[in-house]
Design a protein around this ligand. Structure first.
Ligand SMILES: Cc1cc2nc3c(=O)[nH]c(=O)nc-3n(C[C@H](O)[C@H](O)[C@H](O)COP(=O)(O)OP(=O)(O)OC[C@H]3O[C@@H](n4cnc5c(N)ncnc54)[C@H](O)[C@@H]3O)c2cc1C
Ligand SMILES: *[C@@H]1O[C@H](CO)[C@@H](O)[C@H](O)[C@H]1NC(C)=O
Ligand SMILES: *[C@@H]1O[C@H](CO)[C@@H](O)[C@H](O)[C@H]1NC(C)=O
Ligand SMILES: *[C@@H]1O[C@H](CO)[C@@H](O)[C@H](O)[C@H]1NC(C)=O
Ligand SMILES: *[C@@H]1O[C@H](CO)[C@@H](O)[C@H](O)[C@H]1NC(C)=O
Ligand SMILES: *[C@@H]1O[C@H](CO)[C@@H](O)[C@H](O)[C@H]1NC(C)=O
Length: 481
């Protein structure tokens, strides 16, 4: 555990230094920005400091020296230049759903992008310009009057910016790929303050790098994403009693092996909380009504709760809220799979109850995300993530949440061990491969960079050296090149 305590100690030391420096830069920013932007300080009656530093889980929140809500790209440019000159630690937050401390939090300058909240639909290009301060729920709602949807978040409350910069497994992934595959342009404030529009034609290197490279290349102030003409979709959540596990598992395997309709997706989940194993599933079909056969087995298993029906994409996503009670702590992690087998599903269920029983007070969750073999064939251009597209890999999502009574480091150690165990298991089982990419939006902090960016590291570092020679974005946390 030596390396783990070093990891936590480093977080504490860095914060003392960064808050003093941050405070100085906060004042400079306050003097430089236009009236469209606001700087807020802890404890002040005016401003929005508390909301600006807040995250999905409390473990991802730090006390910043101040928070800034920029209102224009020009102000973002002024802010990043002052931060770069002072070498002050900072963070950029979209929806604040990162499960990794320091990825969108800081003890220096907290930038919250929430004022970038517009959605503009362009029916000539079938694209939408989307503000990085939005959560997906609001993006869907804004596009609904135009009769279009977008390949975005699958559950409520998740930010569009971090999601899209890291990848984006979505309800249309079987049909169009990752959310990053559907981005046609980025408005980017470069680390030197220059505001540019990045497209495949204007800057192929940066276009590649922003597709999975996270916050390494600047601050995105606008995303342009493809839209898809759709009416209602069908689906929702089902919770099962523990006794349903064998039937659910058989149905999941049957779906994984035999359903080839790309409009169909599912997210089965195994959760152990309060001493109980809770199987569940979210069903999705990209059509206005329940399709024949595909979901019959899932619907026939006796359940505790089911909310499955046709509705708008926005209503579906909003029906799957993920808000946590205040103070809840949480981490994500990912295991990369190339398939599912009965043995592997058993092992995942065993991990859920094994660790659930050993971590009382912790909600121990594993989310299964089966996709078609073809999900990475919808984009011919290379992207920062994933660094190879065949064989097709899929993320298994570990989601652990707990209250302050459980030490963070205990949960961290278990999640790391469990992910390593399942990875080994899958490799031996033929449902995984050694050295596969771990999805950056799920990977637990401390995961080696090579597991996140693999063979792309060289190209990404060369692009990084060009766009950010003084490593300004290195002052913010994340998967740093
Ligand atoms: C409940 C829940 C459900 C999820 N569901 C899915 C899912 O279905 N599919 C999936 O693929 N992932 C999913 N995720 C993972 C999700 O993609 C990540 O948590 C993602 O980081 C969320 O984006 P955000 O903007 O909310 O995060 P933030 O924490 O705000 O940001 C994440 C990272 O992006 C950077 N960033 C944010 N905005 C900008 C910007 N404008 N410019 C530059 N960098 C920026 C931040 O600095 C940070 O490093 C889920 C997560 C949660 C907690
Ligand atoms: C503060 O932020 C929250 C959410 O981020 C928002 O709902 C609220 O309106 C903001 N308040 C002010 C005064 O800007
Ligand atoms: C775009 O919108 C305009 C105005 O509402 C409409 O006339 C036109 O038919 C639409 N074009 C497409 C391709 O939907
Ligand atoms: C998939 O379909 C084939 C052919 O109908 C069948 O033999 C097999 O058992 C099915 N797989 C599962 C897991 O049900
Ligand atoms: C259950 O998981 C634990 C922890 O990974 C492992 O040690 C044990 O062998 C597993 N048991 C079975 C039956 O797979
Ligand atoms: C943490 O405490 C809250 C409030 O008491 C409770 O609702 C929640 O279920 C707890 N979380 C876990 C994982 O036990």
């Amino acid at each position: 555990m030596a390396s783990l305590s070093k990891l936590y100690a480093a977080l504490a030391v860095a914060s003392v230094f960064s808050s003093a420096l941050g405070l100085e830069v906060c004042t400079q920013i306050q003097n430089a920005v236009s009236s469209a932007s606001t700087v807020s300080f802890p404890g002040a009656r005016k401003g929005n400091y508390t909301a600006d530093i807040a995250h999905w889980v409390a473990s991802s929140t730090q006390q910043a020296a101040c928070s800034v809500e920029p209102g224009t790209a020009a102000d973002v440019s002024a802010i990043i230049q002052l931060i770069g000159k002072a070498k002050a630690p900072f963070a950029v937050k979209g929806g604040g759903h990162s499960g990794n401390p320091t990825f969108s939090s800081t003890t220096g300058v907290q930038i919250s992008m929430r004022r970038f909240s517009s959605v503009t639909y362009n029916n000539k290009t079938a694209t939408a310009d989307i503000g990085p301060g939005l959560i997906w729920d609001d993006v869907y709602t804004a596009l609904e009057p135009h009769g279009v949807i977008i390949a975005g978040g699958r559950v409520g409350g998740v930010g569009m910016a971090g999601f899209t910069l890291g990848g984006g497994y979505n309800w249309l992934t079987n049909q169009v790929g990752l959310t990053l595959d559907t981005v046609t342009a980025y408005e980017l404030v470069k680390p030197n303050g220059k505001i540019v529009t990045v497209t495949a034609a204007s800057d192929p290197d940066l276009f590649f790098a922003l597709k999975g490279g996270g916050n390494n290349f600047g601050i995105v102030t606008k995303f342009t994403l493809k839209t898809f003409a759709r009416g209602n979709v069908w689906g929702g959540a089902i919770s099962y009693p523990p006794s349903a596990l064998p039937a659910l598992q058989a149905a999941v395997l049957q779906f994984n092996d035999n359903v080839t309709d790309p409009k169909a997706e599912i997210i089965p989940g195994y959760t152990h909380v309060s001493g109980e194993f809770q199987p569940s599933i979210v069903l999705f079909y990209d059509g206005p009504a329940q399709p024949a056969k595909i979901y019959d087995t899932f619907l026939a298993i006796p359940n505790l709760f089911a909310d499955v029906k046709p509705r708008s994409m926005g209503a579906l996503v909003a029906s799957l809220p993920t808000d946590q009670p205040g103070g809840t702590r949480g981490y994500f992690h990912g295991v990369t799979l190339t398939g599912y087998s009965s043995k592997l599903l058993d092992a995942i269920a065993n991990e859920t109850s094994f660790w659930g029983a050993r971590l009382p007070g912790v909600s121990v969750g594993y989310h299964i995300e089966p996709f078609l073999e073809t999900i990475y064939t919808h984009n011919a251009l290379p992207t920062a993530f994933p660094w190879f597209r065949t064989p097709r890999t899929m993320p298994l999502n570990l989601q652990f949440t707990w209250n302050a009574t459980t030490p963070d480091a205990d949960v961290y150690a278990v999640m790391k061990q469990s992910a390593e165990y399942l990875t080994q298991f899958a490799v031996h089982d033929g449902t995984g491969i050694a050295g596969a990419p771990i999805y950056p939006n799920y990977a637990l902090f401390g995961t080696p960079l090579g597991s996140v960016f693999g063979n792309n590291i060289g190209r990404l570092r060369r692009i990084k050296a060009q766009v950010d020679p003084h490593n300004v974005m290195g002052l913010a946390g994340g998967w740093k090149l």
